[in-house]
Design a protein around this ligand. Sequence first.
Ligand code: AHR
Length: 518
Amino acid sequence: MKQDTIKITTAPTGTVIAPELHSQFIEHLGSCIYDGIWVGKDSDIPNIDGFRKDVVEPLAKLQPPVIRWPGGCFADMYHWKNGIGDSRPVTYNGNFGTYKTEDNSFGTDEFMAFCRLVGGKPWLNINMLSGDVREAVEWSEYCNRKESTALSDLRAANGSKEPYNVQLWGIGNEVWAGGGNMTPEMYAQQYRKFASAMPSFVEKTPDGITALPQIFILSGPDGNKPKERVKWTKDLFASLAQYRQPKLDAIDLHFYNWNVGKNADDADDFTEEGWYRVVKNCLEIRDVIDEQYELVQQGIAAFPESEDTNFPSPVHKCDLYIGEWGNWHQSAFFAKDALWQQCSMRDAVTSALTLDIFHHEAEKLKLACCAQTVNVLGSLFLTEGDKTILTPNYYVYEMYMVHRGAQLLADEVETAEAAEGLPAVMTLASRKEDVISVNIVCTDYSAEHEVLLTFDENVFCNGGETLHADKPTDCNTAQEPEKVKPAVNTTARLTDKGWVVRVPAASVNVFHFQIANH
Ligand code: AHR
């Protein structure tokens, strides 16, 4: 059996893993919303007020911190007023090959109800392409105005007297492509107008004025274009640095792990070569995060000082978000429902490795949304008629919940290469009070590994879980919905060198340790 060592320092590094790194993205694309999330109140499929019960209930267990909606590219053609009230027009959805009519039965009020049901905060992406500034402002008024106005009264008539208090507003989506083929300069000009017009929601109290904290999110670069993405971020901030700055709080980078082109294989049919190629490629996102974080800091540092001493320059801060990430297999382009793809152990391993990169980079990255939650790309759920399948990706999120809000710990790994440049074992450790959770992802296609874990304090192992399948190509299907599922890992044993655990080939594992004498 292959041997590896992981050394963990138990003193917190000071970096807290933001729960928002485990956020989700849902879009009117393929069968993500209709069939996947919304079946309607009259459906034979069990539902809670129209929401698919066997999706909503397990998703609520994951408590997704933030949910981004309505797109994606769909947001660029979405007119929110079509999706409220009793009389909703039928429109057409050609987004990414969806090619279906859209009855607009899932709109703003349904999205807010969905967020409440599953326990997530809403991120609304406004239409900057076929929509205008007024439409965006009115959406914000509809969602957030507390005082009685025509738009807030309309919201009340549609069921919510209380404002939704939406804090996250994406201003544009992939504006370098589907969002308008804009240059950074064009986008900066548009952004200035939208951001300046968006209302604020203040309340006067005897103690002063309180305002709803709102986060305005810039459309970031295409993370998959190494040259363009550098130039994009540099040019965008250079343009925003001119004269006075609009409100900006975060930038939304997108990155997909592409399995397309001449080497592409199927999501559930690949060889050892395909395993290593796709698993290795997912690691690139770490360099992209480092690069973009630096560019954003440099961009902000170049913003000019105000020359008005009565009104000093605001302190600018722009967080890095990843609004879309995941594996994108070529077969998704030919699926019956647009961008539908299966999820094998290869996808689970890349999701785990990517989330662990986000955890390690938690000082630089503050939010990340899986693309997408149901029936599209790297899904957590697949639906087929009245059947709902939890994918291996669902279980990765479930197993990793322990890290939300935890302190990142430093680790050192000694392992062989599974393939050129790919470590056979990769890890992440975090601490909540006196409990340490350690992820071990085994990228080795065929060999089981024995891992020695050493700590600089005495610890007891409280057990662990392993997500593993008989074959790396295994998936959950309507016929075999529980083929890939986590199981308890009972291999931990204390030796004179430290704790030793066994992890199967091609697996995701989480072990829990209690610090002694606490
Ligand atoms: O997630 C699918 C699509 O990928 C989104 O609509 C778009 O933003 C991206 O190109």
